[in-house]
Write a protein of this length. Structure first.
Length: 90
């Protein structure tokens, strides 16, 4: 019989994996990326969240200068994900 600690760890792991899969599915439905692409270039939940930040900035109805300013403000957080996605386009 698993201990309480083991049960909580299992529940947490399963919830994290389910959320990560749901994010990958949602991202692939909204972009040109397949679910496999998403899992390859955005393996962690935080990567997917940062990608969402990038996409929400780009999708705003503001001018490009405002988008660049918003990206600059978030670059420390989202920069690595931005580079991964752009490499995919090469």
């Amino acid at each position: 019989m698993p201990s309480r600690r083991e049960r909580f760890e299992r529940i947490s792991r399963e919830a994290r994996e389910e959320t990560n899969r749901a994010l990958a599915d949602e991202i692939s439905s909204l972009t040109f990326l397949t679910e496999e692409d998403v899992e390859r270039i955005l393996p962690r939940k935080v990567d997917k969240e940062h990608f969402g930040t990038i996409m929400s900035i780009v999708a705003t109805r503001t001018d490009d200068n405002s988008k660049v300013a918003a990206l600059r403000e978030n670059l420390d957080d989202v920069g690595r994900v931005l580079v991964r996605v752009l490499k995919l386009l090469l």
